[in-house]
Design a binder for this molecule. Structure first.
Ligand SMILES: [Zn+2]
Ligand SMILES: [Zn+2]
Length: 247
């Protein structure tokens, strides 16, 4: 798939050819660390939130390397959230929310939604036709559907949408606490919720001409970027911000 945002003119050949493969890899690197230092879903959602602040700070500094690092860390933290519940599948969530034909909301191949839009019916489980897509294939697809709309929104507005999507995960937690979501809907809700996080991460990456999978693989393909372990042995200090002076 060609990618308008890729200036190299070369097709990127990923180490992790599918989203499922990337998810399994991130789990193998970080699962024990996640279980020990980030038990449950709430601390993982907060860690993602910290990553959004780093991303916005990196954008304001206009530092491309820091933006790429922030996007890679957000991708890792998205998988950290997915790792909190058995059965959560980012690729399944992406397939449910982002049809190959175009925008789920307005039905157009290139999204023409306004800001206020009705919540559509989402079929679950989705018909699986794109399990062979890499995360970069998804970035390309999303760029085709949402690139023009995201260009109009502007990059900071797109980055801040990650707050709204993180808020959606908080809304699932509220439903769980109040007993207003059936147990068998929780895993689908988290699959779609993490899929939404991935989509907006890709949205920021495309506006910055950053291949998010490539940035993620450069940081994590051989294991943890901080301790170097194929299975991470970091302490909680690894959760520090990208930009050290940020509180
Ligand atoms: Zn639309
Ligand atoms: Zn580590």
């Amino acid at each position: 798939m060609s990618y308008e945002g890729d200036q190299s003119g070369e097709l990127y050949v990923p180490r992790f050819a599918t989203v499922d493969g990337l998810q399994a890899h991130m789990r193998s690197v970080f699962h024990v660390r996640n279980e020990v230092y980030l038990p449950g879903r709430a601390p993982r959602i907060e860690l993602f939130e910290n990553g959004i602040h780093d991303l916005v700070a990196s954008l304001r500094l206009d530092n491309q390397d820091l933006v790429a690092t922030a996007l890679a860390r957000l991708t890792s933290r998205m998988f950290c959230i997915a790792d909190s519940l058995e059965g959560v599948s980012l690729s399944e969530g992406l397939e449910a929310k982002f049809p190959e034909s175009g925008c789920l909301f307005c039905g157009q191949p290139s999204c023409a939604c306004g800001e206020s839009r009705a919540t559509p019916y989402v079929a679950w489980p989705p018909v699986r036709t794109r399990q062979d897509w890499s995360f970069n294939d998804w970035q390309n697809h999303l760029w085709g559907v949402y690139g023009p709309a995201n260009k109009k929104r502007g990059i900071e507005s797109v980055a801040l949408r990650l707050h709204a999507e993180k808020g959606e995960l908080g809304a699932i937690e509220n439903h769980i606490a109040r007993g207003t979501i059936k147990l068998d809907q929780v895993v689908p809700a988290y699959s779609m919720g993490t899929g939404d996080l991935g989509a907006w991460i890709c949205g920021v990456g495309s506006l910055r001409e950053i291949n998010v999978l490539k940035a993620t693989e450069e940081r994590y393909a051989d294991g943890c970027a901080t301790c170097g372990g194929a299975q991470c042995v970091c302490g909680p200090a690894e959760f520090d911000h990208v930009y050290p002076s940020l509180s």
